[in-house]
Design a protein around this ligand. Structure first.
Ligand code: ADP
Ligand code: MG
Length: 254
């Protein structure tokens, strides 16, 4: 294999790359020189104090927020103002939020088929069949014809995950998916995420569920004050954190 082919293969292994990325909200410098490479199939957990820029960072990856400096490359596509590229990237990247963001006036099944039908132009029957498969996958096929308001928080979040999966993403971003849930519902959502991870999905999860980080993450990233302070495999991260800020954070949450 020649060097060019090797280089492009290596590029193929990279799902997400942030290079010297900065973001401001007006005057406020919220992300500072973020450098992060996520390989295909890698599971990343991002933690850090409230306000440290975790949500902003992952929202920049599918352009829910705009960065001002540096590069963001997803699946080999650089994120710029080019609307076509933004669309291409959003095609690859699914996102699950803290507050589910389901449409309350649509049934579970309709929530799951809306984008495939209207954005992807998938025929309705096919979109419904796919949605049912993913509802099985998150273990709530029997809820398909209910409205979100009739479901528990844990069930709603699993619908949100199924809805994302219906768009066939190669990468999933989770922003504190369990932090709005009652404690008894956290594990059902984490179990769904674990099963995705086991299937090899590339994932970035902002979460303070450190048990999840320990069992699932390939790498844990700690952010503070808009910077990545430290990153390491979970065992190293939890047993031997290098930075004082990481140590302080862990002492507060563990
Ligand atoms: P985290 O997810 O780590 O709690 P965020 O990324 O939500 O942090 O926020 C980082 C910082 O940016 C916080 O100080 C927050 O108040 C500020 N911030 C977030 N969103 C906006 C916005 N739309 N406009 C201005 N400031 C914002
Ligand atoms: Mg946040």
């Amino acid at each position: 294999m020649n060097n060019a082919a090797k280089a492009s293969n290596k590029q193929d292994d990279i799902a997400i790359q942030l290079i010297g990325m900065h973001k401001w909200y007006g005057e406020f410098h919220v992300l500072r020189d973020i450098n992060l490479t996520v390989n295909r199939g890698e599971r990343i957990v991002v933690c850090g104090p409230s306000g440290s820029g975790k949500s902003t960072m992952i929202r920049c990856i599918n352009r829910l927020e705009e960065h001002q400096q540096g590069q963001i490359i997803v699946d080999g596509i650089e994120l710029t103002n080019d609307v076509k590229k933004i669309d291409e990237i959003r095609r690859e990247v699914g996102m699950v939020f803290q507050h589910f963001n389901l449409f309350p006036h649509l049934t579970v099944l309709e929530n799951c088929t809306l984008a495939p039908i209207w954005v992807r132009k998938t025929p309705k029957k096919e979109a419904e069949a796919t949605a049912m498969q993913f509802l099985e996958r998150v273990k709530i096929p029997e809820q398909a014809h209910k409205y979100p308001g009739q479901l528990s928080g844990g069930q709603q979040q699993r619908v949100a995950i199924a809805r994302s999966l219906c768009m066939n993403p190669r990468i999933m971003l989770f922003d504190e998916p369990t932090s709005a849930l009652d404690p008894e519902m956290i594990s059902e959502v984490l179990d769904t995420m674990i099963s995705l991870a086991e299937d090899g999905m590339t994932m970035i999860c902002v979460t303070h569920e450190m048990g999840f980080a320990k069992t699932v993450a390939d790498r844990v990233i700690f952010m503070d004050g808009g910077e990545i302070i430290e990153q390491a495999p979970p065992q190293e991260f939890f047993e031997n954190p290098q930075s004082e800020r990481t140590q302080l954070f862990l002492s507060q949450i563990l």
